[in-house]
Ligand binder design. Structure first.
Ligand code: PMP
Length: 281
């Protein structure tokens, strides 16, 4: 497959990245992941808007109009003939002699790749387990930054103990997952952390909140505690690659009956209708 480098599709062996690229040395950049279903980019506009917003928040100027960038993503999927998969794309502040302040002369560097990947149908059916881990990240989690150490360390700890995801919390308050958003359902009401600086406002999250409106599931964008999380009737997480993923236990404690809940199933069905892939994986 070809990779993306500054607007061109090239062979990976021809990619040259400076050792002084600020993405490499400082994690000074941002990224985006867009899902491809049946050869089409899902919620591409929302992902592209967030890519531009994240760049803007760290004062990187993307050297393309959104329309040109959108077409680039579209062509990328086409050139690599991706049917089910995703596009990963990142932009860094570029290469310059190492110093913390922004270089006066640096050209942003965009790289990206596509990947074919099936929907996680088995996990979507069975649900997964997760573990509470203290959220030690910085206070600008609304930026989809390349700096993912806090997320990486949390996921690794969860993974080593056999859990699918880390449920991050600041003190008692649940924020989000290491690479997902978190939701609880109690007495028919859906609770999720508000879209503040403490979480990434997931594109899947936004779709889910729309689906709740359609399905007349009332929503409270209010943070909940670890204790409240354990007392939810249903629990699930969401992300571009995990979709609406039931969480059936937190640590060694079952949520509800320890199986995916009824409203979670409704949201999964509605989500599947949105992506229009039927039962295909
Ligand atoms: N929070 C974090 C920290 C994430 O990394 C992700 C996935 N990129 C999400 C939430 C979910 O966002 P999305 O639905 O846009 O994939």
């Amino acid at each position: 497959d070809l990779i993306l480098h500054n607007g061109e599709f090239i062979q990976e062996e021809n990619l040259v990245i400076s050792k002084e690229d600020r993405g490499y040395q400082f994690g000074d950049g941002i990224y985006e992941v867009i899902r491809v279903y049946d050869g089409s980019l899902f919620t591409a506009k929302e992902h592209i808007d967030r890519f531009y917003d994240s760049a803007d928040k760290i004062k990187i100027v993307i050297p393309y109009t959104k329309d040109v960038f959108h077409k680039m993503m579209y062509d990328f999927v086409e050139v690599n003939k991706i049917d089910m998969g995703y596009v990963y794309v990142q932009i860094t502040r570029g290469a310059a002699e190492r110093q913390h302040q922004f270089p006066t002369q640096a050209t942003p560097v965009i790289t990206g790749n596509t990947k074919s990947v099936a929907r996680p149908v088995a996990s979507l059916e069975s649900g997964v387990t997760a573990k509470f881990i203290e959220d030690i990240r910085w206070l600008r989690c609304d930026i989809k930054s390349l700096n993912l150490l806090g997320n990486v360390l949390a996921k690794q700890e969860a993974y080593e103990e056999g859990f699918f995801e880390a449920i991050l919390h600041r003190g008692e308050t649940v924020t989000e997952g290491s690479s997902s958003n978190m939701y609880g359902l109690k007495n028919g009401m859906l609770y999720t952390h508000p879209a503040t600086n403490l979480i990434l406002n997931g594109i899947t999250r936004r779709v889910i909140l729309e689906l709740c409106k359609e399905l007349e599931i009332p929503v409270e964008e209010t943070a909940f505690t670890k204790t409240q999380a354990l007392q939810m009737d249903e629990f699930f997480m969401s992300s571009t690659t995990s979709e609406v993923m039931p969480i059936i236990a937190i640590g060694d404690q079952k949520i509800g009956q320890g199986v995916p809940g009824e409203l979670t199933r409704k949201l999964q069905t509605a989500f599947q209708a949105r992506i229009q892939v039927g039962v295909k994986s």
